[in-house]
Design a protein around this ligand. Structure first.
Ligand code: ATP
Ligand code: MG
Length: 441
C-alpha cells in the first residue's frame, strides 16, 4: 500500500484513476489543479504523484518542479497527450520519474506506478544504508552519564573485550557499535552487522556460520558466514535477545573459542573477531525468564554500556539538532535553517519515546516541509504536541501501558506501518513485534 496523489482537471479521468488505485489497496488523494495539489502536498507526503500535463493555470511541468522542491523524494509521473513528446522530454529532464501518453489503459498506468513504487522502496533502503554509513555522530555530550559512557567506550575500544550495548530503541546502539570499531585498532578491517530479528532461524544460522554445498535444500554452493567475513575486524550482533536457544548454544562456543563449523561442514574454522552485541530488551530479565542462556549472558556481559534515553540527556538536544539539521539540509538540498524559538520549546518539552532516531526523523521532515527561513512549530509532526503523558489515575500506570497507548495513538494517525514506525523512531520490524506483543490490531 502506498500514498498516491492524482492531479487532473478532468473529473472523469481523475475519478477513474482514484477508484482504480483505491481498489488496488493504495491510499489515494486527488486534486483538480496544480494549486490544490501543492496545498495537499504541504500536509502529506506521497510515494508518487500522477499529474496531467495540460491543465489550466499551472501545467504539469510547473507542478513537477514545485513537487520536487517540496519533497525531493516524491516520484512524479506525467500523463501527456499523444504526440507531445517534447513535453515528455522536458519533464524527464526536470526530474519526472516517467510519463505515459494518453490514451492509456489502466494496466499500462498500473505498470508504471508499480515500477515507481518499487523504485521508491529501493531508494529508501539505499538511503537508510547510506545514512548509517556516512553519519558523523555526535561524540561529545553535556550529560554526565553520557560523558562517562563515551569515555568507557573509548577505553574499551582499545581492548578486544566483548561489549554489550543496551538501551531503548533509537538511543544510538548501532551508531556507537560502529564508532567503537572506528576507535579500535581493527578499524581497517571489516565491521560486520548481523541483525538477529529479521531472519528465520535456519537462514540466520547459515548467515552467521556459513554453510557447505548440499547442507540443506537450496544450498547450491558453499557460503562464507558473517563471522568468517569479520575476521580481523568486529562483528556486531544486533537484537541478540532474538537469537533462538539452539543458536545461542552454538554462538556461546564461538564466543569462548572463536571457532565454529559451517552448517553441514566438519572443518573447524578459527577466526579473530571482536564481538559487540546489542539488545533493547532487558537481557537479565530474559535470563530470568529462561529465554536467554545465563552462561552466554555472562560471557557477553564483560563490558556493559547502557545508552541513556534522550529524555535523560535533554542537554544534548541542541548539539544533536545542530548536527542533524546540517546533514539533513545537505542531503535534501535545502538551505540550512535554524529552529524558531517556538519550535525549540516544543522540542524541549517533548519526551522523545523514539529517542535520537525520532528527533532526527522529525527534523528531517521539518527541513523538507519548512517554507520560511526557520523551522516553526507547524513544520513539526502533530505527535509532538500531544505528548503529555496520560492524565494521572489513582493507580500509577505501568511503563508498558504508556508505550502501548502511545503506539496506538501514532498508528491511528499514520496511514502505513512504515510511517508509524518512522514517527516512533523504531524500525518497522520492531513495531510489528511490539504490535503483536501488545495485541494491537
Ligand atoms: N550520537 C549520535 N549522533 C548523531 N545521531 C545519532 C547519534 N545516536 C543516534 N543517532 C541517530 O539516531 C538513529 C538511531 O540510532 P541507532 O540505530 O544507533 O539506534 P539503536 O539504539 O540501535 O536503535 P534500535 O534499538 O531501534 O536498533 C541513527 O540513525 C542516527 O540518525
Ligand atoms: Mg539498532
Amino acid at each position: 500500500m502506498a500514498k498516491l496523489l492524482i492531479v487532473d482537471d478532468e473529473k472523469s479521468i481523475r475519478e477513474n484513476l482514484v477508484t482504480f488505485f483505491e481498489l488496488k489497496g493504495h491510499q489515494v488523494h486527488e486534486a483538480e489543479s496544480g494549486a490544490q495539489a501543492i496545498s495537499i502536498l504541504s500536509q502529506n507526503r506521497f510515494a508518487a504523484v500522477l499529474t496531467d500535463f495540460r491543465m489550466a493555470e499551472m501545467n504539469g511541468l510547473e507542478l513537477l518542479k514545485e513537487v520536487k522542491r517540496i519533497d525531493p523524494n516524491a516520484l512524479v509521473i506525467l500523463m501527456t497527450a499523444y504526440g507531445t513528446v517534447e513535453n515528455a522530454v522536458a519533464a524527464m529532464k526536470a526530474g519526472a520519474y516517467d510519463y505515459v501518453t494518453k490514451p492509456f489503459t489502466l494496466e499500462q498506468i498500473q505498470a508504471v506506478v508499480d515500477r515507481a513504487l518499487e523504485f521508491s522502496r529501493v531508494q529508501m533502503e539505499n538511503r537508510t544504508l547510506r545514512d548509517t554509513i556516512d553519519e558523523v555522530p555526535l561524540l561529545e555530550s553535556r550529560s554526565p552519564a553520557m560523558q562517562r559512557l563515551l569515555e568507557t567506550a573509548r577505553q574499551a575500544a582499545e581492548s578486544d573485550a566483548t561489549i554489550l550495548l543496551t538501551g531503548e530503541s533509537g538511543t544510538g546502539k548501532n551508531v556507537l557499535a560502529r564508532q567503537i570499531h572506528r576507535w579500535s585498532g581493527r578499524r581497517d578491517h571489516p565491521f560486520v552487522v548481523v541483525n538477529c530479528t529479521t531472519l528465520s532461524e535456519e537462514l540466520l544460522e547459515s548467515e552467521l556460520f556459513g554453510h557447505i554445498r548440499g547442507a540443506f535444500t537450496g544450498a547450491v554452493k558453499d557460503k562464507t558466514g558473517r563471522l568468517e567475513a569479520a575476521d580481523g575486524g568486529t562483528v556486531f550482533l544486533d537484537e541478540i535477545a532474538d537469537l533462538s536457544l539452539a543458536l545461542q548454544t552454538k554462538f556461546l562456543r564461538f564466543v569462548q573459542e572463536q571457532s565454529f563449523e559451517r552448517v553441514g561442514g566438519d572443518r573447524t574454522i578459527q577466526v579473530d573477531t571482536r564481538i559487540i552485541v546489542a539488545s533493547n530488551r532487558d537481557l537479565a530479565a530474559e535470563v530470568a525468564a529462561r529465554h536467554f542462556r545465563d552462561d552466554l549472558y555472562y560471557r557477553l556481559n564483560v563490558i556493559m554500556l547502557r545508552l541513556p534515553p534522550l529524555r535523560e540527556r535533554l542537554e544534548d538536544i541542541p548539539a544533536l539538532t545542530d548536527l542533524i539539521l546540517k546533514s539533513a539540509s545537505i542531503r535534501n538540498r535545502r538551505p540550512k535553517m535554524p529552529l524558531s524559538s517556538g519550535a525549540e520549546l516544543v522540542i524541549r518539552n517533548y519526551h522523545w519515546p523514539g529517542n535520537v532516531r525520532e528527533l532526527r526523523n522529525c527534523l528531517e521532515r521539518a527541513i523538507v516541509l519548512a517554507r520560511g527561513r526557520e523551522i516553526v512549530p507547524e513544520d513539526l509532526p502533530d505527535t509532538l504536541f500531544r505528548s503529555e503523558l496520560p492524565a494521572q489515575t489513582n493507580t500509577p500506570g505501568k511503563l508498558e501501558d504508556l508505550e502501548r497507548e502511545h503506539i496506538m495513538r501514532v498508528l491511528a494517525d499514520s496511514s502505513t506501518l512504515e510511517e508509524a514506525a518512522a514517527t516512533l523512531g523504531i524500525n518497522p520490524t520492531t513495531l510489528w513485534r511490539k504490535r503483536r506483543r501488545f495485541q494491537i490490531d
